[in-house]
Design a protein around this ligand. Sequence first.
Ligand SMILES: *Cc1c(COP(=O)(O)O)cnc(C)c1O
Length: 372
Amino acid sequence: MTAGAVLTIDFEALAANYRLLCRQVAPARVAGVVKADGYGLGAANVARTLIDAGCRHLFVALLGEAEALMPDLPGDIPLYVLNGLMPGAEAQCLAIGAIPVLNSLDQVERWAALAAARGRVLPGVLQVDTGMSRMGMPADEIDALLAAPGLLEHIDLRLIMSHLACADEPADAANAAQASRFEAITARFPHVPRALDNSGGAFLARGHFDIVRAGIALYGGAPSDGANPMQAVIALDARIAQLRTVPAGTGVGYGLTHHVTRESRIATIPVGYADGWPRCLGNRGSAFIAGIRVPVVGRVSMDSITLDVTEVPLEHLYPGAPVELIGPHQTLDAVAADAGTISYEILTQLSRRYERVHLPAQARVPDRSSAA
Ligand SMILES: *Cc1c(COP(=O)(O)O)cnc(C)c1O
């Protein structure tokens, strides 16, 4: 009643997606990527759901994310930090109990130095660059690391990983090139478990090494172009705030960028770009009322959108009437495509202003991050 729209998060669908991925990549195991607050859905609840479903490895991007999530995790679940170790963050990482992904020789050296200073062997993940030029050790650093074996004496290498640049385009030759580079590099680190694939990689027609780091597919986004085998996890439903009938020629919204060409009914809904509904969907996106597509007309405002509902039977048009923004008629990926972006961005921008409904209703920890 007090929010502009209701975001429903189906944790049973999330668990089903986890199980589908497990079957898809077996005998490899599936790790959950819960960075960016579980792609916007609440990292603690996502993590708990995945752990209940059997997941034993979790990844976040930032040390701060690890710090926030750690109290909600059982002690035996390793939490890896993808973005690695900023200079000076080593002791904090150890205190938090997170396992850093060591992305450069410099990061290995600093983690090993802390281990030596504490007289311990510390767990770490090694990331190598197989062709994306983002995170991970380039070839010369890998050579240098192996030439200085004293360094690795202080580190318990739990995993060696790399990341695919084009996994969402299965036909791209870069996928095979990265996999063969990964094979060659990891052969130099015998007995260390290997992880290359993300959601898209999980659907490439080859083996999946030891661990797959799955994000978007868990959350219901399409792992690659083509049919989406995953279950939808979220639904977003607004309600009509106001209705009006305007004569032909009337302008709508900021800048009067739309003029109706016939007498039209316009519905205003209380969702806007401050809710993460992209402003670029002005005069472009759509919503659904009673299964009927209603186009966005005029610009997306901060707190509202105007829809042309002229085609909708009057019985479905009244203040408070339901409006589907994401659901059975309009998928997350369809919204992303209309906005010229990807499902990841739509998910991670979903507003804290929405009322959040969790399915099933019971057994969820309070979503602390959305309490504000
Ligand atoms: C975000 C991320 C993932 C998860 O990718 P999805 O495409 O969402 O499955 C895996 N590995 C790394 C290194 C990432 O940054």
